[in-house]
Design a protein around this ligand. Structure first.
Ligand code: GDP
Length: 433
């Protein structure tokens, strides 16, 4: 088995990574989140119950797994507290199995205030969880890190400076009162911190020193990566493989022996604003939305839906140097007589097969489709490759042909056991069916 496995979203997030990481965690010791924050929403069916994890790594539902939050994440302590309490209430004992980096930045109440104010002025449809402003403060060198909670004087100075800055923006620019108090905020944060203090560690050192096996769990998706996604309609971190080194505090060389898998839906969705060349605005889009239950797990917003875009997947294969793909939600296409797949774009009469950087070019590209016959058979819950209809195999073959990497697994339903291995996934063969 590969000791390091990286699982990444290959589209605009919500690809079903939660289910996949949960399933694969069975064979791994540690699961590590390395970017983003509580804007993620990884859905897992656990003991017949739907559990949505926002901050904690999905693998935490397995009693043998250690969950790690690295310094590339931005941590909202209130969300962490709710999530851990919620897990405890459903019988998940996480004591001694969660580590949080002392270098991770905190999401503060004033970041959420700014998120809302910025959204009012021509926003991009964020989750309003304060993630973007927390990263702004981090890179603007005004952030508060978990290690700062050990020094109350320093914490007070940082908060006073930040409160005064945000109050000025709120009151002078937006004409809204800002009535948070430094004392109350400190008390709230320090009370929660006290509960979880034993979990705070130099996580980068732990990862460097351990010989335990690890899954690195990407959140959001490659097309939401702040550099390689559809900027500015992106998240505020490197949600592709690019975020691994800076997110963990380990050199790219550390990941040279890792196995990289991209998760993609059998169709495409995105939440919020921004380019989406294969979007279906009419009845077919609504049909995909209804059949796939495409409503945001963090915000409840209806997701925009469209056909599978292989230009996007090729981009994800290159940016992440993927070894293979996992295709989820194949079952959602079961009732379609015809299924379209975008294999290239047309831009001003020319055929292109790469994903352009500029939003204005992306507004003008037209998808070039291949139409395949649907399988019109139930694939929901199938576990044996022999039960896969021929047309569904053709669909998978087309994906492999245009992306140049193998599809190693299909997910055929939301439950842990609903999947099919198509290939020996890992070089030394992790194959559990
Ligand atoms: P993530 O953010 O990438 O983890 O994805 P989400 O959790 O937001 O969305 C995936 C949704 O699809 C969840 O409700 C899952 O339970 C569900 N899901 C995952 N895989 C499958 C699948 O193969 N088929 C179906 N029908 N649902 C799936």
């Amino acid at each position: 088995m590969e000791r390091k496995l990286v699982i990444l979203g290959s589209q605009w997030g919500d690809e079903g990574k939660g289910k996949i990481v949960d399933l694969l965690s069975e064979n791994y010791d540690m699961v590590i989140r390395y970017q983003g924050g509580s804007n993620a929403g990884h859905t897992v069916i656990y003991n017949n119950r739907k559990v949505i994890l926002h901050l904690l790594p999905t693998g935490i539902l397995h009693p043998h797994v250690t969950g790690v939050i690295t310094q590339g994440m931005v941590v909202d302590l209130e969300v962490l507290d709710q999530e851990l309490e919620n897990l405890r209430s459903i019988g998940v004992d996480w004591e001694g199995r969660v580590f949080i980096s002392d270098r991770a930045h905190l999401v503060m109440p004033y970041h959420k205030v700014l998120d809302r104010l910025f959204e009012k002025r021509g926003g991009i449809g964020t989750t309003l969880r304060g993630i973007g402003p927390a990263y702004m403060f981090k890179f603007g060198r005004k952030g508060v890190r978990i290690s700062d909670l050990e020094d109350e004087d320093r914490l007070r100075d940082l908060l006073e400076e930040n409160f005064s800055f945000v109050r000025d923006i709120s009151e002078r620019v937006f004409g809204e009162s800002f009535d948070f108090s430094v004392d109350e905020t400190m008390e709230k944060i320090l009370t929660i911190y006290e509960k979880y203090r034993p979990m705070v560690k130099d996580v980068s050192k732990i990862l460097w020193e351990t010989d335990r096996s690890m899954i690195f769990e990407g959140a959001q998706g490659t097309m939401l990566d702040v550099d390689m996604g559809t900027y500015p309609f992106v998240t505020s971190s490197n949600s592709s493989a690019l975020g691994l080194a800076n997110g963990t505090g380990l050199s790219p060389k550390f990941f040279s022996d890792a196995y990289f898998l991209g998760v993609a839906k059998a169709y495409t969705t995105r939440v919020g604003e921004g380019p989406f060349p294969t979007e279906l605005k009419g009845e077919e889009g609504s049909r995909l939305r209804d059949l796939g239950g495409e409503y945001g797990s963090t915000t409840g917003r209806p997701r925009r839906c469209g056909w599978l875009d292989l230009v996007v997947l090729r981009h994800a294969v290159r940016v992440n140097h993927l070894d293979g793909l996992i295709i989820t939600k194949l079952d959602v296409l079961d009732s379609f007589e015809e299924i379209k797949v975008c294999v290239a774009y047309e831009l001003e009469g020319e055929r292109i097969d790469h994903f352009p950087a500029s939003p204005s070019l992306l507004d003008r590209v037209r998808p070039v489709y291949i139409t395949l016959k649907g399988w019109l058979r139930n694939t929901k819950g199938i576990k044996d490759v022999k039960d896969l209809p021929g047309e569904a195999r053709d669909y998978i073959n087309l994906i492999e042909e245009f992306t140049g990497v193998p599809v190693v697994m299909l997910s055929t339903g939301p439950r842990r056991e609903e999947y099919v291995w198509l290939k020996e996934m890992l070089r030394s063969g992790l194959r559990s069916s």
